[in-house]
Structures are given as C-alpha cells and as structure tokens.
Design a binder for this molecule. Structure first.
Ligand SMILES: [Zn+2]
Length: 276
C-alpha cells in the first residue's frame, strides 16, 4: 500500500490517522494504519494540528466547550485581571458559573485572594483569524482523508484518490507547504452558534451538540468542493484548485443554505429532552 500523501510504501506504518484531531472531540473519524504513513501522520500532528490547536480561537472553543486534551485534562481559557497591577491568568471552569484562576505569578494570585483585584475579563474569540495558512492546510488535509475514508471500500479507490493527479496540488500544499501555491483559499462563514443544540428527527435523539460534520459537493461544473463545519463555523475548499469563487456562487444558487445534510437535524428549542 502507498501513503495517501507522500505515495511512499506505507505497509509497515503503525499509527491510525485521526481525520479530525482527538483534541477537537473526534473519536469516530479514523483511518486505519497505512492509509497515511507514520511520517506523514507525525508531520500533520506536529506541523499542522498542534499549531492550529494553539491558535487563540481554537484554544478558546476547546475551553468554552469543555473539550479535554489528550491526557483528559480541561484546556484553560485566558482571562485578564482588570487592575493597574493586573495581568493575564489561566481560567478554569470549576462548576456552573464558577471560575477558578491560575497563574505562575503568585503576587497576582495574592491580590485576588485579598480582594484587591475583583474584576476578571474573559475575551471570547468568535472566529479563527482570516487568511489562515495553517487552517487552510488543515482543511485540505481533512478533505483528502475524508475522501479516502468515503471511497476506501470501493474497488479501485486508489486510482480515484491516491493516484489522482488532480488532487496532487492540494496534496502537496498540505504535506509540504512550500509549493508554488502560497495560499489555498477557503470560504468561511458561521452556520449556527456553537451553543446551539440539535435533535435528530429521524433517529429521535437529542438534544446534542454538533462538534464537527463534513460533506462533499459536486458543482454543476464538476468541481469537487469539500465542506467542513467545526462548532458552527463552516469552511469550504475547492479540492481541484486554490480558488473558491465558484463555491461562493454555488452557494448563492443554493439560497445560501449549507450543503451539509442537515435536513433531519433540527435546532432544539430548549435543553430538555427530545420533544419533536
Ligand atoms: Zn506519507
């Protein structure tokens, strides 16, 4: 077997590849060892996912939504103690409405303890920073892996994914970064609030939160778009080229409705049990 990204022999590779990082709450979307070789797997973990998860927005949503890190610990948020002698601290949720703080600056903690400082400001980062190369490479990585996942049980899938020349520019952009293409544009917009909860009218389950979901969309011009939503923000790329204008016009023709199949997912109006 050859690796999905570097196309080197990957038969002896041992790691499973998480299409979406575990640190974003993913346990389901996993590729078996060998689809992505250990070297590529490790490259993505260190150079793409770790960098992405360290960005203010992603740190902030992991904290806000109580997603634990790989070791099972909560991610601290950032807070600012408002006072002439104040400063930045880590904040932890200790219970409903109860916030704990921590800092290596003991003097700061003392000022809070003796109530000299009484004001804590917690900035909410709403969306990832724009024109974000790491995010763009991450979306591309997820797109190629999701395509492999979708097709890998079909005869001849390797030709459609691993050896598909049309996918090489995206493959090289996400795996090596130093290609002719400096930036693979993506479309970004919020489709629901990260606080929204949903019920599934087919399965009759809910309310639940949607951490992430994805789909593919073939345009009328046979371009393949990949659409990924993470905690309510949707990202879309064109898998065949670095421009996304055609997607934006597709979206307009679709009454600006997301291509994600949410037909049986309804927004829950409250957090009590299943009501529909
Ligand atoms: Zn590889």
């Amino acid at each position: 077997m050859d690796c999905l990204f570097c196309k080197k022999v990957s038969a002896n590779s041992k790691s499973k590849e998480h299409i979406i990082p575990e640190s974003l709450g993913n346990t389901d979307h996993v590729l078996p060892p060998g689809i992505v070789c250990d070297a590529c797997n490790n490259y993505f973990a260190v150079k793409i996912e770790k960098e992405l998860l360290e960005q203010d927005y992603f740190k902030s949503i992991r904290h806000r939504n109580d997603i634990l890190n790989k070791k099972g610990n909560p991610i601290p948020g950032k807070g600012i103690l408002v006072h002439p002698e104040g400063g930045k601290v880590d904040v932890y949720k200790e219970g409903p409405g109860i916030i704990g703080i921590n800092s290596s600056n003991e003097k700061l903690l003392k000022l809070v303890e003796n109530l000299t400082i009484r004001k804590l400001y917690i900035p909410i980062v709403q969306e990832p920073e724009k024109d974000n190369v790491i995010l763009s490479r991450f979306i591309g990585k997820v797109a190629i892996e999701a395509l492999a996942q979708r097709l890998m049980n079909v005869d001849g899938w390797e030709q459609e994914v691993i050896y598909k020349e049309g996918l090489d520019p995206l493959r090289e952009y996400v795996r090596y970064g130093n290609t002719k293409i400096k930036f693979w544009h993506y479309h970004q917009n919020r489709i629901y609030s990260e606080l929204d909860r949903f019920v599934d009218t087919e399965e009759k389950i809910g309310p639940f939160e949607i951490l992430h979901e994805y789909t593919f969309h073939y345009s009328e011009g046979y371009e393949l778009f990949f659409v990924l939503a993470i905690m309510g923000v949707e990202y879309a790329i064109n898998m065949g080229g670095p421009n996304v204008e055609n997607y934006t016009s597709e979206l307009k023709n679709h009454s600006s409705k997301s291509f994600l199949d949410v037909s049986h997912e309804k927004k829950a109006t409250d957090n009590s049990a299943w009501l529909y």
